[in-house]
Design a protein around this ligand. Sequence first.
Ligand code: NAD
Length: 446
Amino acid sequence: MTKRTSQLPGFYKVTVTERRTLVSEATGVDAAAIARSLDAGGLDADTADKFVENVIGTYGLPYGVTLNVRVNGHDHVVPMVVEEPSVVAAASNAAKMVRAGGGFTAEVDAPIMISQVQLVDVADAPAAERAILAAKDEILAMADRATPGLLARGGGARGLEVRTLGTPEDRMIVVHILVDCRDAMGANLINTVAEAVADRLARLANGKVGLRILSNLCDKRCVRVRCRVPAEVLATDEMDGQAVIDGIVNASRFAELDPYRAATHNKGIMNGIDAVVIATGNDWRAVEAGAHAYAARSGRYSPLSIWRRDGDSLVGSIELPLALGTVGGTLRVHPSARLSLAMMGVTEASELAAIAAAVGLASNLAAVRALATDGIQRGHMALHARSVALAAGASGAEVERIAAIIVEARDITVEAARRALDVLRTERRENATGAADDQRPGIGGA
Ligand code: NAD
């Protein structure tokens, strides 16, 4: 029996193959299955051709894992698909700090999605609203008949709302059918419902059918995550933990008071959330649309998370809508997405939403801590240096070597990496021919 853990010390130091073995041991997922589902991105061109149109190939992205994540007392090795250096390391580090305070606690709303039916040319909006509300049970039964599979799984229509939009001259109302989508993201299910009930609603309203589509502002399907971080684990070489808490609270207040900062604060959150959403085959555009619409719900764009001091601890909380599925969509056909769920040990959409939001809060903590202490560039550029080394033509073990050299020289440019690579390779050739001299690799003249 596997003891599911998300703590794998030294993970970053070992090879890709060794990491697969460690993840296999920690999660119980067969190492060969990990290789099969990830090599070549898990998706060949023929399969991709079934997903979308006009396919001529696939596009690879790095697949990493965030460690140390503990949500509601359960450990998860969390897959992240992201191209930006430092996102995975930052989330793992922050999750470790949160772990010192007991891990993340999460609560997730029922998976209620909103089906919108727009009705136009409605002459008497109040009368239309009365007629539709009076027919509520009939409409909900129609919605359920349109999605029998969902009904059989315990989901289905849960409520109905009518909203009048604009002024009487707009002659427009919208009906919301609230549907419990269980473990599906729900877009197709919800669109089916909208189309099934629209004609009947138009007759009841004495108007015409307009748009029939889900809302991505799924604000009845929110997830709330909290964490508590003891001051001592937040300390850096230059700042004690108490000062770091003050800095992070100031960073939070900045985002609460300024939409320009809030946008970047939320981008840091979505670094973590999107990476998990993509790794699990979910629709990240839908998640992004919902998150930012929710952030602006008061009329002023605001941060999705806030940070406060509580005694000697830092307390963080995040709230956002998250429409994620563990069934349906492209999930069942993408091997890497299925692997991601197996690695996390997740079958329910609510659990996936809790983990994704926790990783978002961890990413946010890492960013605001860095900003409130050393600044973001030190850690970021050190990791960015590896991409720069790759761009300069380094391969294999050269990548780490060259990255270290250009970081040390504080010249993280492709030019500097090329010069260092030339020196390194010349030195290696000379060593191989026994003609080594004592020249050290460096950045020409630096
Ligand atoms: P889907 O169409 O695959 O429907 C889910 C299916 O899974 C249903 O047939 C359902 O009966 C079945 N199912 C099996 N087990 C289930 C369980 N435990 N809980 C719930 N259903 C279960 O997928 P979907 O989630 O309705 O739609 C998601 C797709 O729609 C995504 O690919 C998304 O990109 C796309 N989409 C998004 C938008 C948008 O966000 N605006 C619009 C259109 C389409």
